[in-house]
Ligand binder design. Structure first.
Ligand code: WT7
Length: 685
């Protein structure tokens, strides 16, 4: 499978013709599919687009509101208000509502820890009643530290139940959370805490990962020291005891989570939140060096993640369903499909702490068999790793509990799709390849199981309420099978409401590209949302995502801005200039290639010195951003190819990084052709 972006526009050369019709629900041990036929899907989709207020107003009745809305949607591009005037609480809908309706003893979160060599796996079952009690206690503890509605609480933890409890406790009292992925570095904490003006951090002593301990508390300590210097002190650090590793202690600032919970009363009413009150910030990469705080609000996000969870995974309470989304809660996938969308559907959400190959590459399949997982949602990068580790690890486990398989994070290559279908799905389970983004809050283009015939590599059709289209820059729809920009032409309930503290960046990034005639909103240049992906649509209306169009690379399903990695490299003493591009990578899909020019004082004298310097640059990037940002290939060069106006020609670098030595692309604007010749000569990594 290949997809290329040419100099004239976006060309697609993918040609995949296999189609897999949906199976009957009974074959998979399910009472029914929520949406029964393609006709029903198309009719409902049409209604959701023509009458979004009627459609979403109806769905919202399935959840609890303290006060009803005045209007379902007010759209003043680029600002949407959903369910304005209504009051609700997402923690209430995830937890309290289930307890009140008599399901307090049902298991809400089923958790397994990582350590195991030799021993039994550590398993915890958290009921809705227990979640209610714990979120109330933590909510009271946060209040006692002065946290109020509207404050931002930073959370930096591993995949432990307390992470879910922390986010729900914030939602309970109306504080927004900003969760930072536990794999990020101290520097990433500094940037995010400062941008969010947050002064409380919830963390843990450490997190288990592949048999070793990630020193979370030590990273927080380092970040707090920097924040202190930057005059943005953190007042409270709440620490979960998880790994028992030694930690430094600052008595005036640090508190053990266990002590706080023991002292807190276990009753705390849920704050009545406006539908448009902030629910959380989640930082994601953009094309400049600074990560952006994507802002989500309460009511629309709740309704949309609830409905996508229900239909895309076909969730039905009281049928023994256990959904496992393998993402970390530090990414939006975990926010929406481990916690917020799943719990209101009253099925069990399974959460695993550690690595897929600890103690051996069969861990996931062992988990699926032991916990009888029914919905399994993972990323193509993981699937490619499983393929490589070998079928024997899968074959020795009974995966017959599985009903629906999901994929998210990047385009899934048809070979990986077929392997997933054959080895994990026993050629029975529907595969839902779900396209969406941190910004969209929930799944946007996706098959519905039991309804949508699937084609390997296509995320198929838009979800209800989603008006997705392939456009040129004038906003004209492209003909079938012609590549273009993926746009969403109507607001949807879980859309981002802004970038925290940066109105202009919100408008420039998402609402400025399409020069639509005669339809210009007052507040921004374009009425359509730009996703930043290129895509095509086939004759059946199916979407095929081709990749990012901006300076963002998608490594192992996680977005990284090339600028962020470049900034980290340039911060190293030896580096003068750096250009970072994506390159094909067998497991990660896209790897990171860095082209680096060195200071004259740091030129390596031989190959050994060169390797050593590359290693030190990798370690440096890892320290600045996190291990996921480490370049897979570093190439030293005397100069970078630039246009006459000084813009680095990334397109060219991408071809070189992909091993293409006969660059045939348009180089008429290249400032100095000898640079190109040199880069191609110097073909080692
Ligand atoms: C970008 C968003 C949404 C949760 C995980 C990533 C790519 C995501 C798919 C898919 C093709 C996909 C896009 C998108 N992407 N899912 N099913 N098929 N591409 O969230 O970090 O906000 O990244 O991931 O390029 O723009 P994110």
């Amino acid at each position: 499978m290949t997809a290329t972006v040419s100099s004239t526009g976006i060309d697609s050369v993918l040609n995949e013709t296999r189609t897999f019709p949906p199976r009957r629900a009974a074959e998979l041990g399910m009472p029914r599919w929520h949406i029964a036929s393609p006709e029903e899907y198309h009719a409902l989709h049409r209604r959701s687009i023509e009458d979004p207020e009627g459609f979403w107003g109806g769905i919202a009745q399935e959840l609890h509101w303290f006060k009803p809305w005045k209007k379902v949607l007010a759209w003043n591009p680029p600002d949407a208000k959903w369910f304005d005037g209504a009051k609700t609480n997402l923690c209430y809908n995830c937890v309290d509502r289930q307890v009140i309706q008599g399901h307090g003893d049902d298991v809400a979160i089923l958790w397994e820890g990582e350590p195991m060599p030799g021993g039994e796996p550590e398993v915890r079952r958290l009921t809705y009643k227990y979640l209610q009690q714990q979120t109330a206690r933590l909510a009271n503890a946060l209040k006692s530290l002065g946290v109020k509605k509207g404050d931002v609480v930073t959370v930096y933890m591993g995949m432990v139940p307390e992470l879910a409890i922390a986010m729900l406790a914030c939602a309970r009292i109306g504080a927004a959370h900003s969760i930072i992925f536990g794999g990020f570095s101290a520097q990433a904490i500094v940037d995010r805490v400062q941008d969010a003006k947050s002064n409380v951090i919830i963390t843990a002593d450490g997190a288990w990962r592949r048999g070793s301990i990630v020193p979370l508390k030590a990273n927080v300590d380092a970040a707090c020291a920097d924040l202190q210097k930057a005059n943005a002190p953190v007042d409270h650090v709440i620490v979960l005891r998880r790994c028992g590793n030694e930690v430094a202690w600052h008595p005036e600032r640090d508190k053990w989570l266990g002590d706080l919970l023991a002292d807190a009363p276990d009753h705390c009413p849920c704050e009545h939140m406006d539908a448009e009150d902030m629910l959380f910030l989640l930082y994601t990469s953009g094309s400049t060096g600074k990560p952006k705080g994507v802002l989500h609000t309460t009511g629309g996000y709740m309704v949309y993640t609830y409905l996508t969870s229900k239909y895309v995974f076909n969730l039905i309470p009281d049928c023994g369903q256990v959904l496992w989304c393998t993402a970390d809660i530090g990414w939006v996938t975990g926010h929406s499909y481990i916690v917020y969308g799943i719990l209101p559907n009253r099925v069990t959400s399974f959460m695993y702490e550690g690595a897929p190959n600890q103690p051996d590459p069969a861990r996931f399949w062992d988990i699926i068999e032991r916990h009888k997982i029914t919905q399994f949602y993972t990323a193509p990068t993981a699937i490619r790793a499983f393929m490589k580790w070998g079928d024997q690890h899968v074959a020795k486990h009974d995966l017959s509990s599985l009903q629906v398989l999901g994929s998210v994070g990047e385009p899934i290559n048809p070979e990986a799709w077929m392997w997933y279908h054959r080895m994990i799905g026993r050629e029975k389970c529907p595969i839902v390849d779900t396209w969406w983004q941190t910004e969209t809050g929930g799944q946007m283009i996706t098959p519905l199981p039991g309804v949508t015939a699937t084609k390997p590599g296509s995320c198929t059709l838009p979800f209800f309420g989603v008006d997705a289209a392939i456009l040129d820059e004038q906003g004209n729809e492209q003909p079938h099978n012609t590549g273009g920009l993926l746009a969403i032409r109507k607001p949807w309930p879980s859309m981002l409401r802004g970038i925290y503290g940066d109105r202009q960046r919100y408008i420039d990034t998402y609402w400025s590209t399409f020069k639509v005639k005669g339809n210009k909103p007052a507040n921004c240049p374009s009425p359509y949302y730009l996703a930043g992906d290129s895509s095509r649509r086939d004759a059946d209306g199916y979407f095929w995502i081709m990749g990012r169009v901006d300076d963002v690379i998608n490594v192992a399903g996680h977005r990284l801005g090339t600028m962020e990695v470049e900034s980290a490299l340039v911060a190293h003493d030896a580096v003068v200039e750096a250009a970072v591009v994506g390159m094909p990578h067998e497991i990660k899909g896209t790897g990171i290639a860095a082209f680096v020019t060195l200071a004259p004082t740091h030129q390596p004298t031989d190959e050994k010195a060169s390797d050593k310097l590359k290693e030190s640059l990798r370690a440096h990037v890892s320290q600045e951003i996190g291990a996921i940002a480490k370049p897979d290939m570093i190439r030293f060069t005397d100069a970078l190819p630039k246009t006459r106006s000084g813009k680095i020609m990334r397109r060219l670098l991408r071809s070189i990084a992909a091993g293409d030595t006969s660059v045939t692309q348009d180089t008429t604007t290249l400032e100095d052709l000898s640079v190109l010749a040199k880069l191609q000569e110097n073909d080692e990594s």
